[in-house]
Design a binder for this molecule. Sequence first.
Ligand code: FE2
Length: 451
Amino acid sequence: MSKHKILIVDNSAKMRKNIKGLLEIGGIHITEASDTDAGFTLALNEGFDLIITDNNIPEMDGLSFCRKLKINQSTRGIPVIMLGVSETDEEINRGFVSGAAAYISKENIKGSLHKTVSEVLHKSLFRRERLVMVVDDSAMVCKLVETGLTEAGFQVVTAENGKKALNLLKRYRPDLIISDIDMPEMNGFAFCEAIHKDPELATIPFIVMSANSTRSHMNRMLQRGAEAYIVKPFNTDQLVILVEKLLSDQFLLLLKEKERLDAERNIMLASITSLVAALEARDKYTRGHSDAVSDIVSGMAEIAGVGKEDIELIKIGTKLHDIGKIGVRDLILLKPSNLNPEEFEHIKRHPLIGATILRPIESLSSIIPIIKSHHERFDGKGYPHAIKGEEIHLWARMTAVADTYHALTSNRPYRPGMQKGKALEIIDDIKGTQLCPDCVELFLRWVSKQY
Ligand SMILES: [Fe+2]
Protein backbone atom coordinates (compact mmCIF):
# COMPACT_ATOMS: atom_id res chain seq x y z
CA MET A 1 0.00 0.00 0.00
CA SER A 2 3.03 2.28 0.20
CA LYS A 3 2.46 4.40 -2.89
CA HIS A 4 -1.28 5.02 -2.58
CA LYS A 5 -2.62 8.56 -2.34
CA ILE A 6 -5.52 8.98 0.05
CA LEU A 7 -7.61 12.09 0.71
CA ILE A 8 -9.29 12.49 4.12
CA VAL A 9 -12.23 14.91 4.16
CA ASP A 10 -13.53 15.67 7.65
CA ASN A 11 -14.28 18.92 9.49
CA SER A 12 -12.85 17.53 12.72
CA ALA A 13 -9.07 17.96 12.94
CA LYS A 14 -9.05 15.36 15.70
CA MET A 15 -10.78 12.80 13.48
CA ARG A 16 -8.42 13.49 10.57
CA LYS A 17 -5.45 13.01 12.88
CA ASN A 18 -6.96 9.82 14.21
CA ILE A 19 -7.48 8.38 10.68
CA LYS A 20 -4.01 9.49 9.62
CA GLY A 21 -2.49 7.80 12.65
CA LEU A 22 -4.30 4.55 11.88
CA LEU A 23 -3.19 4.54 8.25
CA GLU A 24 0.38 5.68 8.61
CA ILE A 25 1.27 2.16 9.69
CA GLY A 26 0.90 1.31 5.99
CA GLY A 27 3.07 4.23 4.84
CA ILE A 28 0.36 5.79 2.68
CA HIS A 29 0.61 9.34 1.30
CA ILE A 30 -2.21 11.31 2.93
CA THR A 31 -3.78 14.69 2.07
CA GLU A 32 -6.33 16.36 4.33
CA ALA A 33 -9.29 18.66 3.68
CA SER A 34 -11.50 20.19 6.37
CA ASP A 35 -14.53 20.75 4.13
CA THR A 36 -16.08 19.12 1.08
CA ASP A 37 -15.48 22.08 -1.28
CA ALA A 38 -11.74 21.95 -0.66
CA GLY A 39 -11.93 18.15 -0.86
CA PHE A 40 -13.69 18.26 -4.24
CA THR A 41 -11.13 20.70 -5.71
CA LEU A 42 -8.30 18.45 -4.50
CA ALA A 43 -10.03 15.36 -5.89
CA LEU A 44 -10.39 17.03 -9.30
CA ASN A 45 -6.75 18.07 -9.48
CA GLU A 46 -4.67 15.46 -7.70
CA GLY A 47 -5.86 12.00 -8.80
CA PHE A 48 -6.40 10.18 -5.51
CA ASP A 49 -6.62 6.42 -5.16
CA LEU A 50 -9.14 6.65 -2.34
CA ILE A 51 -11.21 9.22 -0.44
CA ILE A 52 -12.31 8.77 3.17
CA THR A 53 -15.08 11.10 4.30
CA ASP A 54 -17.51 11.60 7.15
CA ASN A 55 -21.21 11.38 6.29
CA ASN A 56 -21.95 14.21 8.66
CA ILE A 57 -20.01 17.31 7.61
CA PRO A 58 -21.66 20.75 8.00
CA GLU A 59 -22.55 22.73 4.79
CA MET A 60 -22.20 19.90 2.29
CA ASP A 61 -22.44 16.54 4.07
CA GLY A 62 -20.31 13.54 3.11
CA LEU A 63 -23.21 11.80 1.35
CA SER A 64 -23.81 14.74 -1.04
CA PHE A 65 -20.04 15.04 -1.47
CA CYS A 66 -19.85 11.38 -2.48
CA ARG A 67 -22.74 11.81 -4.95
CA LYS A 68 -20.98 14.86 -6.44
CA LEU A 69 -17.78 12.84 -6.88
CA LYS A 70 -19.72 10.04 -8.59
CA ILE A 71 -21.43 12.40 -11.04
CA ASN A 72 -18.21 14.05 -12.21
CA GLN A 73 -16.40 12.22 -15.00
CA SER A 74 -12.92 12.93 -13.60
CA THR A 75 -13.67 11.79 -10.05
CA ARG A 76 -16.27 9.06 -10.44
CA GLY A 77 -13.70 6.26 -10.52
CA ILE A 78 -12.19 7.18 -7.11
CA PRO A 79 -13.55 4.80 -4.45
CA VAL A 80 -15.00 6.42 -1.32
CA ILE A 81 -15.06 5.01 2.20
CA MET A 82 -17.89 6.59 4.22
CA LEU A 83 -17.56 7.06 7.95
CA GLY A 84 -20.69 7.27 10.08
CA VAL A 85 -21.67 7.43 13.71
CA SER A 86 -23.76 4.30 13.96
CA GLU A 87 -24.15 0.86 12.44
CA THR A 88 -27.87 1.13 11.72
CA ASP A 89 -29.06 -0.41 8.46
CA GLU A 90 -30.49 2.94 7.42
CA GLU A 91 -27.21 4.81 7.85
CA ILE A 92 -25.14 2.10 6.16
CA ASN A 93 -27.60 2.01 3.28
CA ARG A 94 -27.50 5.79 2.83
CA GLY A 95 -23.71 5.51 2.49
CA PHE A 96 -23.91 2.87 -0.25
CA VAL A 97 -26.73 4.65 -2.08
CA SER A 98 -24.53 7.77 -2.32
CA GLY A 99 -21.98 5.62 -4.20
CA ALA A 100 -19.55 4.72 -1.40
CA ALA A 101 -17.51 1.53 -1.81
CA ALA A 102 -17.52 0.78 1.94
CA TYR A 103 -18.99 2.04 5.20
CA ILE A 104 -17.30 2.07 8.61
CA SER A 105 -18.83 3.27 11.87
CA LYS A 106 -16.54 5.50 13.91
CA GLU A 107 -16.88 3.14 16.85
CA ASN A 108 -15.13 0.38 14.88
CA ILE A 109 -12.67 2.57 13.04
CA LYS A 110 -9.63 1.34 14.96
CA GLY A 111 -10.28 -2.32 14.23
CA SER A 112 -11.51 -2.09 10.66
CA LEU A 113 -10.08 0.97 8.87
CA HIS A 114 -6.76 -0.50 7.80
CA LYS A 115 -8.32 -3.74 6.51
CA THR A 116 -11.13 -1.92 4.68
CA VAL A 117 -8.70 0.53 3.06
CA SER A 118 -6.54 -2.40 1.85
CA GLU A 119 -9.54 -4.23 0.42
CA VAL A 120 -11.02 -1.19 -1.31
CA LEU A 121 -7.65 -0.20 -2.80
CA HIS A 122 -7.00 -3.75 -3.99
CA LYS A 123 -10.40 -3.96 -5.66
CA SER A 124 -10.04 -0.51 -7.18
CA LEU A 125 -6.60 -1.33 -8.61
CA PHE A 126 -7.97 -4.54 -10.09
CA ARG A 127 -10.79 -2.58 -11.78
CA ARG A 128 -8.54 0.23 -12.95
CA GLU A 129 -6.37 -2.28 -14.79
CA ARG A 130 -9.35 -3.86 -16.61
CA LEU A 131 -10.59 -2.58 -19.96
CA VAL A 132 -14.20 -3.32 -20.92
CA MET A 133 -15.45 -2.93 -24.51
CA VAL A 134 -19.10 -1.87 -24.85
CA VAL A 135 -20.73 -2.41 -28.27
CA ASP A 136 -24.21 -0.98 -28.96
CA ASP A 137 -25.75 1.08 -31.79
CA SER A 138 -27.69 3.11 -29.22
CA ALA A 139 -25.49 5.98 -28.05
CA MET A 140 -27.68 6.27 -24.97
CA VAL A 141 -27.12 2.63 -23.92
CA CYS A 142 -23.38 2.95 -24.59
CA LYS A 143 -23.21 6.09 -22.44
CA LEU A 144 -25.26 4.54 -19.64
CA VAL A 145 -23.13 1.40 -19.46
CA GLU A 146 -19.91 3.40 -19.83
CA THR A 147 -20.92 5.70 -16.95
CA GLY A 148 -21.82 2.78 -14.69
CA LEU A 149 -18.56 0.98 -15.41
CA THR A 150 -16.27 4.02 -15.11
CA GLU A 151 -18.04 4.96 -11.87
CA ALA A 152 -17.09 1.51 -10.60
CA GLY A 153 -13.50 2.21 -11.66
CA PHE A 154 -13.22 0.21 -14.91
CA GLN A 155 -11.63 1.50 -18.13
CA VAL A 156 -14.12 1.55 -21.00
CA VAL A 157 -13.96 1.71 -24.78
CA THR A 158 -17.14 1.85 -26.90
CA ALA A 159 -18.13 0.94 -30.47
CA GLU A 160 -21.45 1.29 -32.33
CA ASN A 161 -21.50 -2.10 -34.07
CA GLY A 162 -19.60 -5.36 -34.43
CA LYS A 163 -17.60 -4.22 -37.45
CA LYS A 164 -16.32 -1.09 -35.71
CA ALA A 165 -15.59 -3.14 -32.59
CA LEU A 166 -13.48 -5.61 -34.61
CA ASN A 167 -11.54 -2.67 -36.00
CA LEU A 168 -10.96 -1.31 -32.49
CA LEU A 169 -9.70 -4.74 -31.42
CA LYS A 170 -6.66 -4.17 -33.63
CA ARG A 171 -5.66 -1.39 -31.19
CA TYR A 172 -7.19 -2.45 -27.87
CA ARG A 173 -7.14 -5.76 -26.05
CA PRO A 174 -10.16 -5.60 -23.69
CA ASP A 175 -10.49 -7.92 -20.72
CA LEU A 176 -14.21 -8.27 -21.33
CA ILE A 177 -16.74 -7.44 -24.08
CA ILE A 178 -20.40 -6.41 -23.57
CA SER A 179 -22.38 -6.40 -26.80
CA ASP A 180 -25.89 -5.75 -28.08
CA ILE A 181 -27.38 -8.15 -30.68
CA ASP A 182 -29.39 -6.03 -33.12
CA MET A 183 -26.93 -3.62 -34.70
CA PRO A 184 -26.37 -2.42 -38.30
CA GLU A 185 -23.37 -3.58 -40.42
CA MET A 186 -22.43 -6.47 -38.10
CA ASN A 187 -24.86 -7.79 -35.50
CA GLY A 188 -24.03 -9.40 -32.16
CA PHE A 189 -24.29 -12.97 -33.49
CA ALA A 190 -21.71 -12.39 -36.22
CA PHE A 191 -19.51 -10.32 -33.87
CA CYS A 192 -19.53 -12.99 -31.13
CA GLU A 193 -18.75 -15.65 -33.72
CA ALA A 194 -15.85 -13.63 -35.14
CA ILE A 195 -14.40 -13.16 -31.65
CA HIS A 196 -14.58 -16.85 -30.82
CA LYS A 197 -13.05 -17.91 -34.12
CA ASP A 198 -9.93 -15.84 -33.46
CA PRO A 199 -7.58 -17.74 -31.08
CA GLU A 200 -6.12 -14.42 -29.87
CA LEU A 201 -9.56 -13.11 -28.82
CA ALA A 202 -11.52 -16.28 -28.05
CA THR A 203 -10.75 -16.25 -24.31
CA ILE A 204 -12.17 -12.74 -23.71
CA PRO A 205 -15.38 -13.12 -21.66
CA PHE A 206 -18.39 -11.97 -23.73
CA ILE A 207 -21.64 -10.62 -22.22
CA VAL A 208 -24.70 -10.13 -24.41
CA MET A 209 -27.16 -7.35 -23.59
CA SER A 210 -30.43 -7.51 -25.47
CA ALA A 211 -34.07 -6.49 -25.20
CA ASN A 212 -34.96 -9.93 -26.52
CA SER A 213 -35.62 -12.28 -23.63
CA THR A 214 -36.71 -15.37 -25.56
CA ARG A 215 -34.90 -18.51 -24.51
CA SER A 216 -33.98 -19.53 -28.08
CA HIS A 217 -32.27 -16.19 -28.60
CA MET A 218 -30.27 -16.58 -25.38
CA ASN A 219 -29.28 -20.17 -26.21
CA ARG A 220 -28.17 -19.14 -29.67
CA MET A 221 -25.75 -16.57 -28.18
CA LEU A 222 -24.49 -18.87 -25.44
CA GLN A 223 -23.84 -21.54 -28.06
CA ARG A 224 -21.70 -19.06 -29.97
CA GLY A 225 -19.49 -18.71 -26.90
CA ALA A 226 -21.08 -15.88 -24.87
CA GLU A 227 -20.58 -16.27 -21.11
CA ALA A 228 -23.66 -14.37 -19.95
CA TYR A 229 -26.85 -12.80 -21.24
CA ILE A 230 -28.45 -9.75 -19.64
CA VAL A 231 -31.90 -8.49 -20.64
CA LYS A 232 -32.53 -4.78 -21.31
CA PRO A 233 -33.55 -2.62 -19.57
CA PHE A 234 -31.19 -3.56 -16.76
CA ASN A 235 -29.83 -1.91 -13.70
CA THR A 236 -26.19 -0.89 -14.28
CA ASP A 237 -25.24 -1.98 -10.74
CA GLN A 238 -26.36 -5.48 -11.70
CA LEU A 239 -24.16 -5.30 -14.78
CA VAL A 240 -21.15 -4.05 -12.78
CA ILE A 241 -21.48 -7.03 -10.40
CA LEU A 242 -21.68 -9.44 -13.35
CA VAL A 243 -18.65 -7.82 -15.01
CA GLU A 244 -16.65 -8.03 -11.81
CA LYS A 245 -17.60 -11.68 -11.28
CA LEU A 246 -16.61 -12.71 -14.82
CA LEU A 247 -13.35 -10.77 -14.62
CA SER A 248 -12.43 -12.29 -11.25
CA ASP A 249 -13.16 -15.79 -12.58
CA GLN A 250 -11.04 -15.06 -15.65
CA PHE A 251 -8.28 -13.60 -13.45
CA LEU A 252 -8.26 -16.68 -11.22
CA LEU A 253 -8.05 -18.93 -14.27
CA LEU A 254 -5.08 -16.97 -15.62
CA LEU A 255 -3.46 -17.01 -12.18
CA LYS A 256 -3.84 -20.79 -11.95
CA GLU A 257 -2.40 -21.20 -15.44
CA LYS A 258 0.56 -19.00 -14.47
CA GLU A 259 1.12 -21.02 -11.27
CA ARG A 260 1.07 -24.23 -13.32
CA LEU A 261 3.61 -22.84 -15.79
CA ASP A 262 5.82 -21.55 -12.93
CA ALA A 263 5.75 -24.97 -11.24
CA GLU A 264 6.60 -26.67 -14.54
CA ARG A 265 9.45 -24.23 -15.07
CA ASN A 266 10.83 -24.81 -11.55
CA ILE A 267 10.85 -28.58 -12.10
CA MET A 268 12.61 -28.07 -15.40
CA LEU A 269 15.20 -25.76 -13.82
CA ALA A 270 15.86 -28.29 -11.04
CA SER A 271 16.40 -31.02 -13.67
CA ILE A 272 18.75 -28.76 -15.61
CA THR A 273 20.76 -27.94 -12.48
CA SER A 274 21.13 -31.67 -11.81
CA LEU A 275 22.18 -32.24 -15.40
CA VAL A 276 24.89 -29.56 -15.19
CA ALA A 277 26.07 -30.92 -11.81
CA ALA A 278 26.28 -34.44 -13.35
CA LEU A 279 28.35 -33.08 -16.23
CA GLU A 280 30.71 -31.07 -14.02
CA ALA A 281 31.13 -33.94 -11.53
CA ARG A 282 33.09 -35.79 -14.22
CA ASP A 283 35.75 -33.12 -14.43
CA LYS A 284 37.00 -31.25 -11.37
CA TYR A 285 38.72 -28.64 -13.54
CA THR A 286 35.51 -27.39 -15.09
CA ARG A 287 33.48 -27.50 -11.89
CA GLY A 288 31.68 -24.18 -11.47
CA HIS A 289 32.56 -23.11 -15.02
CA SER A 290 28.94 -23.08 -16.26
CA ASP A 291 27.76 -21.00 -13.28
CA ALA A 292 30.63 -18.54 -13.74
CA VAL A 293 29.94 -18.11 -17.47
CA SER A 294 26.25 -17.70 -16.66
CA ASP A 295 26.98 -14.95 -14.10
CA ILE A 296 29.22 -13.06 -16.54
CA VAL A 297 26.86 -13.21 -19.54
CA SER A 298 23.75 -12.34 -17.53
CA GLY A 299 25.70 -9.43 -15.98
CA MET A 300 26.65 -8.25 -19.48
CA ALA A 301 23.00 -8.55 -20.58
CA GLU A 302 21.86 -6.46 -17.62
CA ILE A 303 24.35 -3.72 -18.55
CA ALA A 304 23.05 -3.83 -22.14
CA GLY A 305 19.51 -3.26 -20.82
CA VAL A 306 18.13 -6.67 -21.86
CA GLY A 307 14.64 -7.39 -20.42
CA LYS A 308 14.05 -9.54 -17.35
CA GLU A 309 12.55 -12.51 -19.22
CA ASP A 310 15.41 -12.66 -21.73
CA ILE A 311 17.96 -12.47 -18.91
CA GLU A 312 16.30 -15.51 -17.31
CA LEU A 313 16.67 -17.39 -20.61
CA ILE A 314 20.28 -16.25 -20.96
CA LYS A 315 21.01 -17.56 -17.44
CA ILE A 316 19.62 -20.99 -18.33
CA GLY A 317 21.24 -21.10 -21.77
CA THR A 318 24.71 -20.18 -20.50
CA LYS A 319 24.47 -22.69 -17.64
CA LEU A 320 23.79 -25.31 -20.28
CA HIS A 321 26.25 -24.14 -22.91
CA ASP A 322 28.50 -27.22 -22.55
CA ILE A 323 25.72 -29.74 -21.83
CA GLY A 324 26.68 -31.61 -25.02
CA LYS A 325 29.93 -32.69 -23.31
CA ILE A 326 27.79 -35.40 -21.69
CA GLY A 327 28.26 -37.12 -25.04
CA VAL A 328 32.08 -36.73 -25.05
CA ARG A 329 34.14 -39.77 -24.00
CA ASP A 330 35.88 -39.53 -20.58
CA LEU A 331 39.24 -40.36 -22.13
CA ILE A 332 39.04 -37.20 -24.22
CA LEU A 333 37.15 -34.93 -21.85
CA LEU A 334 39.53 -35.64 -18.97
CA LYS A 335 42.77 -35.95 -20.99
CA PRO A 336 45.51 -34.08 -19.08
CA SER A 337 47.51 -33.21 -22.23
CA ASN A 338 46.76 -31.56 -25.58
CA LEU A 339 44.23 -33.30 -27.84
CA ASN A 340 45.27 -34.89 -31.14
CA PRO A 341 43.28 -33.85 -34.28
CA GLU A 342 40.97 -36.85 -34.10
CA GLU A 343 40.20 -36.21 -30.42
CA PHE A 344 39.62 -32.54 -31.15
CA GLU A 345 37.12 -33.49 -33.90
CA HIS A 346 35.30 -35.60 -31.30
CA ILE A 347 35.07 -32.78 -28.74
CA LYS A 348 33.91 -30.37 -31.46
CA ARG A 349 30.67 -32.34 -31.63
CA HIS A 350 29.51 -31.11 -28.19
CA PRO A 351 27.59 -27.99 -29.38
CA LEU A 352 25.41 -30.05 -31.73
CA ILE A 353 24.96 -32.86 -29.18
CA GLY A 354 23.81 -30.20 -26.68
CA ALA A 355 21.36 -28.72 -29.17
CA THR A 356 19.94 -32.18 -29.87
CA ILE A 357 19.50 -32.86 -26.13
CA LEU A 358 17.51 -29.64 -25.63
CA ARG A 359 15.49 -29.60 -28.85
CA PRO A 360 12.50 -31.54 -27.42
CA ILE A 361 11.99 -28.86 -24.71
CA GLU A 362 9.88 -26.31 -26.57
CA SER A 363 10.13 -23.58 -23.92
CA LEU A 364 13.93 -23.63 -24.29
CA SER A 365 14.00 -23.26 -28.08
CA SER A 366 15.26 -19.66 -27.86
CA ILE A 367 18.41 -20.68 -25.94
CA ILE A 368 19.53 -23.33 -28.44
CA PRO A 369 21.69 -20.79 -30.37
CA ILE A 370 23.81 -20.32 -27.20
CA ILE A 371 24.47 -24.05 -26.98
CA LYS A 372 24.90 -24.60 -30.72
CA SER A 373 27.03 -21.55 -31.54
CA HIS A 374 29.20 -20.70 -28.52
CA HIS A 375 32.31 -22.01 -30.35
CA GLU A 376 31.65 -20.12 -33.57
CA ARG A 377 34.26 -17.41 -34.19
CA PHE A 378 33.53 -13.84 -35.28
CA ASP A 379 35.81 -14.33 -38.33
CA GLY A 380 33.99 -17.51 -39.38
CA LYS A 381 36.75 -19.94 -38.40
CA GLY A 382 34.88 -21.58 -35.54
CA TYR A 383 32.66 -24.65 -35.29
CA PRO A 384 30.26 -26.41 -35.85
CA HIS A 385 29.00 -24.35 -38.84
CA ALA A 386 31.81 -21.79 -39.39
CA ILE A 387 29.28 -18.95 -39.51
CA LYS A 388 30.59 -15.44 -38.91
CA GLY A 389 29.82 -11.95 -37.57
CA GLU A 390 26.18 -11.26 -36.89
CA GLU A 391 25.18 -14.60 -38.41
CA ILE A 392 26.14 -15.88 -34.97
CA HIS A 393 23.37 -15.24 -32.44
CA LEU A 394 24.23 -12.33 -30.12
CA TRP A 395 23.77 -14.45 -26.98
CA ALA A 396 26.24 -17.03 -28.39
CA ARG A 397 28.78 -14.26 -29.19
CA MET A 398 28.45 -12.95 -25.61
CA THR A 399 28.86 -16.47 -24.23
CA ALA A 400 32.00 -17.00 -26.34
CA VAL A 401 33.68 -14.00 -24.63
CA ALA A 402 32.77 -15.14 -21.11
CA ASP A 403 33.66 -18.76 -21.89
CA THR A 404 37.10 -17.76 -23.21
CA TYR A 405 37.83 -15.44 -20.27
CA HIS A 406 36.80 -17.96 -17.63
CA ALA A 407 38.71 -20.79 -19.33
CA LEU A 408 41.87 -18.60 -19.48
CA THR A 409 41.71 -17.65 -15.81
CA SER A 410 40.91 -21.19 -14.56
CA ASN A 411 43.41 -23.94 -13.74
CA ARG A 412 43.68 -26.77 -16.25
CA PRO A 413 45.54 -30.09 -15.89
CA TYR A 414 48.13 -28.90 -18.44
CA ARG A 415 48.50 -25.25 -17.22
CA PRO A 416 47.66 -23.04 -14.23
CA GLY A 417 44.99 -20.31 -14.54
CA MET A 418 46.16 -16.99 -15.97
CA GLN A 419 46.21 -13.66 -14.11
CA LYS A 420 43.21 -11.47 -14.88
CA GLY A 421 45.34 -8.76 -16.59
CA LYS A 422 47.00 -11.24 -18.92
CA ALA A 423 43.63 -12.82 -19.79
CA LEU A 424 42.17 -9.38 -20.59
CA GLU A 425 45.14 -8.69 -22.89
CA ILE A 426 44.46 -11.91 -24.77
CA ILE A 427 40.74 -11.10 -25.02
CA ASP A 428 41.69 -7.70 -26.47
CA ASP A 429 44.09 -9.37 -28.98
CA ILE A 430 41.43 -11.72 -30.32
CA LYS A 431 38.74 -9.02 -30.50
CA GLY A 432 37.46 -8.89 -34.09
CA THR A 433 38.97 -12.25 -35.05
CA GLN A 434 37.79 -14.86 -32.58
CA LEU A 435 35.48 -12.65 -30.51
CA CYS A 436 32.78 -10.10 -31.39
CA PRO A 437 34.19 -6.58 -30.72
CA ASP A 438 30.88 -5.22 -29.36
CA CYS A 439 30.58 -8.16 -26.99
CA VAL A 440 34.17 -7.66 -25.80
CA GLU A 441 33.36 -3.98 -25.10
CA LEU A 442 30.30 -5.06 -23.13
CA PHE A 443 32.38 -7.63 -21.27
CA LEU A 444 34.97 -4.97 -20.34
CA ARG A 445 32.17 -2.81 -18.95
CA TRP A 446 31.08 -5.79 -16.87
CA VAL A 447 34.69 -6.35 -15.67
CA SER A 448 35.04 -2.69 -14.65
CA LYS A 449 31.97 -3.06 -12.46
CA GLN A 450 33.33 -6.12 -10.65
CA TYR A 451 36.49 -4.80 -9.02
FE1 FE2 B 1 31.98 -25.45 -25.10
